[in-house]
Design a protein around this ligand. Structure first.
Ligand code: NOJ
Length: 548
């Protein structure tokens, strides 16, 4: 490895001491985390039962995907009552208890807010259906007359993200309503002040209960271009990035400014994190300007291939865009909408993002994917800013890639007639105890989605205390990241061989070998590595190390 010459210098990711600037946040998909009542679906009491595990992992906060009252037609992202817990997941008391117990352990709690659409079972939509066109009730959504002689054609050509038209016709009427997602998820009309006031109330409801923040679902969709102009282009790329007059409109920023003001009325650095599939990074950075949200998931990082040049470029662009507005970058590799990165990295195009994988498609190389995922963990946790971990990532869990179609529940599978395999494969319940039925996920041995046999090798019980396991790798990484304050640090690139990333952050130097051949490590003490390093200091292929 050549001598160390500083190549690039990137400033700190924003001033300020707020907890979220460098936090490690763990995403819980409640129905798949831990089932306490034996119905095969995870619940809030199940989450409480795993708080010690989470605390020993060393995370700062959890983000819960929706647990609100919902018909569950899109995994709870179809909300019928924003201020109540769905009985599937427990009660409001269970929520309050979980929140208190998390806080007692020093873990903050972020909940999901879904403001773009309600469920069609929501009172508002039900009353809209009962009132005539032009009513105040209908004006909370986007109802429009259809085109054609008898209104038999949709009002415009917009397509749903989940496949098919973005409009559904009210039976027996000329009117249609807009839904960018499933027909059970009508889009709200954010030009209506009543909608704005309602969501501010919802924020206050949960802030008063003590939540530390909100993950804002499809934050780039709330405001549509006025007049809902026709758009026959794609509304998303294969990768997930969105285009067209329904996305990333200037008007969304006013909403987040007003929410920022609401949050400021509560103590304790409450925060908002945007789910916004927009590009380039300079557009994303607009969501985290000083008076708007606080974080935005860095999906460019999630989408980057296993390629040194591509990753370096994304890291540089993201840090620069964040620094421009004084915001941290929020590194993320997996979530409940994407094929798990352990499996993506094991594909022949490593890091590409298929929209689900089934038995008929290329099967990832599990061992290679895991090797790379472990190396990627050393990269991610060494970067300045905040990190999100998707449940099971710390176990090195792969995607379920052979799930039978009969078990699939994702609306995108049905609305595309199976063209998109959908997201069920990354939502399979967590293996806690390898030898048990449902791998210890449920007290009754049930699981709402079948778990693959491979999960028997990934149980948290097997990994606990095994220094070679991915779980212990994550525990150690999180501890070192905290001890050396890497989240608050500064990244400086150092010269490196082709296919190798090499940088320093504070007193730590980080080497990631993305090549399929070994490389010799520069001198120094190895603090942690994703694969064993021999006496001669050789870093194997697809591996990484932190040096001091
Ligand atoms: C993004 C969520 O992450 C996804 O799971 C959901 O289906 C859509 N938004 C619609 O709410």
């Amino acid at each position: 490895m050549p001598v160390q010459i500083k190549e690039t210098f990137l400033g700190k990711c924003g001033a300020g001491a707020e907890w979220w600037r460098n936090a490690v946040i763990y995403q819980i998909y409640p129905r798949s985390f831990a089932d306490s009542n034996g119905d095969g679906i995870g619940d809030l009491v199940g989450i409480s039962s795993k708080l010690s595990y989470l605390s020993s992992l060393g995370i700062d906060a959890i983000w819960l995907s929706p647990f609100y009252r919902s018909p569950q037609l899109d995994g709870g992202y179809d909300i019928a009552d924003y201020c109540d817990v769905d009985p599937l997941f427990g009660t409001m008391d269970d929520f309050d208890r979980m929140l208190r117990q998390a806080h007692d352990k020093g873990i903050k709690v972020i909940i999901d807010l879904v403001p773009n659409h309600t469920s069609s079972a929501h009172n508002w939509f039900q009353s809209a259906l009962k009132t005539p066109m032009g009513s105040a009730e209908r004006n909370r959504y986007h109802f429009r007359d259809g085109k054609g002689e008898n209104g038999e054609l949709p009002p415009n050509q917009w397509k749903s993200i989940f496949g098919g038209d973005a409009w559904s016709r009210i039976p027996g009427e000329t009117q249609w309503y807009l839904h960018l997602f499933d027909s059970s998820q009508p889009d709200l009309n954010w030009d209506n002040p009543e909608v704005r006031a309602e969501f501010e109330d919802i924020l206050r409801f949960w802030l008063k209960r003590g939540v530390d923040g909100f993950r804002v679902d499809v934050a780039h969709a709330l405001v549509k271009e006025s007049g809902l102009p026709d758009w026959d282009g794609p509304i998303k790329e294969g990768s997930g990035i969105n285009f067209g007059p329904m996305w990333d409109q200037e008007g969304v920023h006013d909403i987040y400014r007003s929410w920022n003001r609401v949050l400021k009325q509560f103590s304790g650095d409450r925060m908002l994190v945007a789910e916004a599939w927009v590009q380039p990074q300079s557009r994303l950075a607009r969501y985290v300007r000083n008076d708007e949200m606080h974080q935005a998931f860095n999906f460019d990082y999630l989408l980057a291939r296993w390629d040194a040049i591509a990753l370096k470029e994304v890291i540089n662009t993201s840090l620069a865009a964040g620094a421009h507005v004084g915001a941290p970058t929020t590194w993320v590799m997996s979530n409940h909408d994407t094929v798990r990165h352990t499996s993506r990295y094991g594909l022949s195009e490593p890091g590409s993002r298929p929209l689900g994988i089934d038995a008929s498609r290329e099967q990832p190389d599990e061992a290679l994917g895991l090797r790379r995922a472990r190396a990627a963990a050393l990269l991610t946790h060494a970067l300045p800013g905040s990190v999100y971990i998707y449940q099971g990532e710390e176990l090195g869990l792969p995607e379920h890639t052979t799930l039978d179609a009969a078990h699939r529940q994702d609306p995108s599978f049905f609305r595309t007639n199976g063209l998109e395999i959908g997201r069920d494969g990354c939502r399979v319940p967590i293996p806690w105890i390898s030898g048990e039925v449902s791998y210890g996920f449920s007290t009754a041995g049930k699981s709402w989605l079948p778990q693959p046999e491979s999960f028997s090798r990934y149980g948290a019980d097997l990994q606990h205390g095994d220094s070679q396991s991915t779980l212990e790798l994550y525990r150690q990484l999180l501890k070192l990241r905290r001890d050396y304050e890497l989240g608050n640090g500064t990244l400086t690139w150092l010269p490196s061989a082709q296919g190798v990333l090499y940088f320093e952050n504070g007193p730590i130097r980080i080497v990631i070998n993305l090549n399929d051949m070994a490389t010799v490590l520069p001198g120094g003490q190895v603090l942690i590595s994703s694969a064993p390093i021999d006496q001669a200091g050789v870093l194997p292929a697809n591996a990484a190390a932190w040096l001091k």
